[in-house]
Each structure stands twice: as structure tokens, then as C-alpha cells.
Design a protein around this ligand. Structure first.
Ligand SMILES: Cc1cc2nc3c(=O)[nH]c(=O)nc-3n(C[C@H](O)[C@H](O)[C@H](O)COP(=O)(O)O)c2cc1C
Length: 225
């Protein structure tokens, strides 16, 4: 049996007794410190995340059917500016079909090393064909081939069948530019709300919610953790 060598209930106990944890200033999210524009606030946090986590652009994307049945998966955020947040996918995938029927979307970034999450909700529309094409052409040839060969979210016979399809398309276009994958393209989410969440001690976290105010401004509110 291990005797409890800790004398006070709020000590952090190790097997040999109280553990001394160095005190570092606790990160906090205060109304007076955040930018009035949530896009600029996102930009500040995204840059900090870039220095702290491996893939800050990885985000969970929630879509729903016309009847409101939700589904969720990870995608990569490929750009953000005052027009919205962009990701690329297959328009005929499950998410693509759900978005065609119901434009309402939720995004979630979680940066564990910083104890932060950002929730963004809004409606998504397709990027222009020119924008999607320009993005596809930035991708390595192997990725373009896989986008051409993969009917994302559909049932396929086998991995072999998919690999044969890639080889067949590669052979047909050897030495020349690949055709654009017709079903591939971008969506741009126009945010209608942002929530910034900062982990704090004792589950007393900070949550600041931005919603549209008047004349293009944003209203800031604190939510209970
Ligand atoms: C970290 C990560 C990033 C991903 N990025 C994308 C992406 O940018 N676009 C995409 O279509 N799928 C991406 N995927 C795959 C999706 O999670 C998902 O499997 C695929 O899009 C099919 O989803 P759906 O059937 O719900 O449409 C990513 C997966 C992970 C784990």
C-alpha cells in the first residue's frame, strides 16, 4: 500500500509526496486584449499556433443533411481572409452532397499545446472554378492523379482497383498536363460567429463569442465555461 504523503488537499501528489510545479503565468483571454475584428483575432491565434503545433490548419468540419443529421470529419484549411475560410474537397463526396443541400457549416480548430479552440459557424459556397483550378495546379502530380481517380466517399471494389485507375490515368496523360478533376474544388465559409476558447485552471475557462453587430461591426460576449 502507498501511504499518502501529501499533507494538504490542494497539493499535487507524486508517489514520494507533494510535487513542486513551477508557477507560470496562466494564459487568459480578456475582452480588453482581443481584437474587435474576429478575423484579426483568428489571425493572431493562428500565427501562434503555427509556432506551437504541427498542423494548425487541420480543422474539424461539420456538415448536416437537409433534415439536420450531422456528420463530421477533418479537412485542411487552405486560406482565410475577409471573404471567408477555404477548404478543398470532392463536390460529390458525402460532405459535398450535404453542402449542396444545406450550406450551414461549423468548423473547429483545436490547438492542444496552447489549450485553445476556435469555433466558427456560417454558410459555405463553392469557390469559383478558376480558384479551384489554380489550387489543384499547386498540388503535386500524384495528388492530382489521386483526386482524378478517387470517387471520394463512394464504395469501391478494392484498393487494387483504385491503384489500377491511378495507373491507367497516369499512362493516358504521360508527359502532358493532367485534366482538372471535375468534381474537385473549394468551399468558402463566410463566418456568422466565432468563439475563442482559452483553457484555464480548475475548468474555469475563458470563452469569448463574436456575433454580427450593427454596420459591419462585431459584438463581443463572454460565455460561461
Ligand atoms: C488531418 C486531415 C486532413 C484532411 N484534409 C482533407 C481535405 O483537405 N479535404 C478532403 O476532402 N479530405 C480531407 N481529409 C479526409 C477527410 O477527413 C474525409 O475522410 C474525406 O474528406 C471524406 O469525407 P466525407 O465522406 O465526409 O465527405 C483529411 C483527413 C485528415 C485526418
Amino acid at each position: 500500500m502507498v501511504a499518502n504523503a501529501c499533507s494538504r488537499a490542494d497539493d499535487t501528489c507524486g508517489p514520494g509526496g507533494p510535487v513542486i510545479i513551477p508557477r507560470v503565468p496562466e494564459p487568459e483571454l480578456r475582452e480588453q486584449d482581443v481584437d474587435p475584428d474576429p478575423l484579426r483575432q483568428f489571425d493572431a491565434w493562428f500565427r501562434e499556433a503555427g509556432a506551437a503545433v504541427a498542423a494548425p490548419e487541420a480543422m474539424a468540419l461539420a456538415t448536416a443533411t437537409a433534415e439536420g443529421r450531422p456528420s463530421l470529419r477533418m479537412v485542411l484549411m487552405k486560406g482565410y481572409d475577409e471573404r471567408g475560410f477555404v477548404f478543398y474537397t470532392n463536390y460529390e463526396s458525402r460532405k459535398g452532397l450535404e453542402l449542396a443541400a444545406n450550406p450551414h457549416v461549423a468548423l473547429l480548430f483545436y490547438w492542444e499545446a496552447l489549450g485553445r479552440q476556435v469555433r466558427i459557424e456560417g454558410d459555405a459556397t463553392r469557390t469559383t472554378a478558376a480558384e479551384s483550378a489554380a489550387y489543384v495546379r499547386t498540388r503535386p502530380r500524384a495528388s492530382q492523379l489521386s483526386a482524378l481517380a478517387s470517387p471520394q466517399s463512394r464504395t469501391v471494389e478494392s484498393r487494387d482497383a483504385l491503384e489500377q485507375s491511378v495507373a491507367e490515368i497516369a499512362g493516358r496523360h504521360e508527359g502532358s498536363e493532367l485534366p482538372l478533376p471535375e468534381a474537385w474544388g473549394g468551399f468558402r465559409l463566410v463566418p456568422q460567429s466565432y468563439e475563442f476558447w482559452q483553457q484555464r485552471q480548475d475548468r474555469f475557462h475563458d470563452r469569448l463569442l463574436y456575433t454580427p453587430g450593427v454596420d459591419g461591426t462585431w459584438t463581443l460576449a463572454r460565455l460561461a465555461p
